[in-house]
Write a protein that binds this ligand. Structure first.
Ligand SMILES: Cc1ncc(COP(=O)(O)O)c(C=O)c1O
Length: 418
């Protein structure tokens, strides 16, 4: 087949040639919908997708050479910003040794140890290649351990794209409904799986007694409690959401941050459950790339930086400033907004009333969100192109960045009614 040449704007990030439409056409020719992950198509905000080719700190550059202040942050993976120099050096050193070996690498042990030291509920770890794989593997483990089939999940929580059968659902943040559903299905229920802070209906914090009531009823009914900390692990502090809220789950899934920007996922828990994985037990899980040495290297470098120079206070202070500024900007523009912020994650919802579950998130004004996000993009601020995603701050964001976003957001909010 005769392939047209790759557009020069993709080959050369410094190029100022506006050749995006050629690149997009070609993307759609060779990739389904032009993407490998649907949200990247920008269809939820009704504009052409960006192709990013370079990043440093909190800044990214697209294929036409335009700069953006980035709040996607690799969908939460890049807590240290893009291309942190220490992570880069570690990767360079690792590359002088090998790319992969296919057998156990010492760095797998080192990263697993860092996880167990940071997260008290985790004694042993099994690494996977993605958060999706971690979640489906954890479900398989829970089913084998309890010898039950059903899983209870919460509307609006996302645990990766693997289809899971035998799932029952309950609304997020409704402790009474969840308790009722768990009690009724207890004999058949392997686990209750939850994002302890929801990040995939936009950011939604758990109400004061929601997680503790899940812990209480699952313990009483002999059902496992599985926290999906793919987003919150090492973002809400070293011990993740479970450390922040003081709740110990039976199993935890990780991803994103623990790979320092390289593909990763992990299941963690106490040895008595984890030992059910082969070769010790009967739950088969394996993978050519499981525990890939480069992901381990980048993960170790990142977790060590987070341990030695914790950026959490800095990020949370900036996120609070951003949240308060956005609420004020909504008032000034007379546009009803709700800003949900937890740790260094934030979502702006166009709604007159609080957003505490998926139904309320779905009811927000999506056209206004689209106009707001497009207006920000036009002035070089990259927020997630969907009303159901979180803005992520990194240690590379500064007060000056927050001021810039707030200036832009104030102007953008004035345009949403038009
Ligand atoms: C809470 C949660 N769990 C699981 C996943 C799936 O992770 P991955 O995209 O690495 O497969 C995601 C992805 O965003 C997520 O947010």
């Amino acid at each position: 087949m005769n392939r047209p040449p790759i557009p020069t704007t993709i080959q050369n990030p410094k190029s100022k040639i506006q050749n995006t439409s050629t690149a997009l056409k070609e993307a759609e020719q060779y990739l389904v919908g032009g993407v490998n992950s649907p949200v990247r198509a920008f269809r939820r905000i009704g504009c052409a997708p960006l192709m990013l080719v370079k990043g440093r700190g909190a800044t990214v550059i697209d294929s036409t050479g335009r700069r953006y202040l980035d709040f996607i942050g690799g969908w939460g993976a890049l807590i240290l910003g893009h291309r942190h120099p220490t992570v880069l050096s570690a990767l360079r050193r690792a590359l002088t040794q090998d790319i992969m070996t296919g057998l156990t690498h010492p760095d797998e042990i080192a990263l697993a140890r860092l996880l167990t030291e940071a997260v008290p509920s985790v004694e042993q770890v099994r690494f996977t290649v993605s958060g999706t794989e971690a979640c489906m593997t954890a479900m398989k483990l829970a089913r084998a351990y309890t010898k039950r089939a059903k899983i209870l999940m919460f509307d609006g929580c996302y645990h990766g794209h693997a289809p899971a059968g035998d799932v029952i659902t309950a609304p997020f943040n409704d402790a009474a409904a969840a308790q009722d559903a768990i009690r009724r299905a207890a004999d058949e229920l392997a686990c209750v799986m939850v994002e302890p802070v929801a990040a995939n209906m936009g950011v939604v914090a758990p109400g004061p007694d929601f997680l503790s009531s899940l812990r209480e009823v699952t313990s009483r009914c002999g059902v496992l409690l599985l926290f999906d900390e793919v987003v919150t692990g090492f973002r809400l502090g070293a011990a993740g959401a479970q450390g922040r809220f003081g709740i110990q789950p039976d199993l935890t899934t990780f991803g994103k941050i623990i790979g320092g920007g390289l593909p990763i996922g992990a299941v963690g828990g106490p040895a008595r459950i984890m030992q059910r994985f082969a070769p010790e037990g009967d739950v088969y899980h394996g993978g050519t790339f499981a525990g890939h040495p480069l992901s381990m290297t980048a993960g170790i470098a990142s977790l060590k930086i987070l341990e030695e120079h914790p950026p959490y206070e800095h990020m949370e202070r900036l996120t609070q400033q951003l949240a308060e500024g956005l609420v004020q900007a909504g008032r000034d523009a007379e546009v009803p907004v709700q800003v949900n912020a937890v740790g260094s994650m934030l979502t702006l919802f166009f709604s007159a009333s609080p957003v505490t579950n998926a139904a309320q998130a779905q009811a927000c004004d999506r056209d206004w969100f689209g106009r707001w996000a497009r207006a920000l993009l036009e002035v070089g601020i990259l927020v997630p192109p969907s009303p159901f995603e979180a803005l992520f701050l990194s240690s590379a964001h500064t007060e000056e960045h927050v001021s810039r976003v707030l200036d832009a957001a104030r102007r953008a909010l004035l345009t949403v009614r038009s």
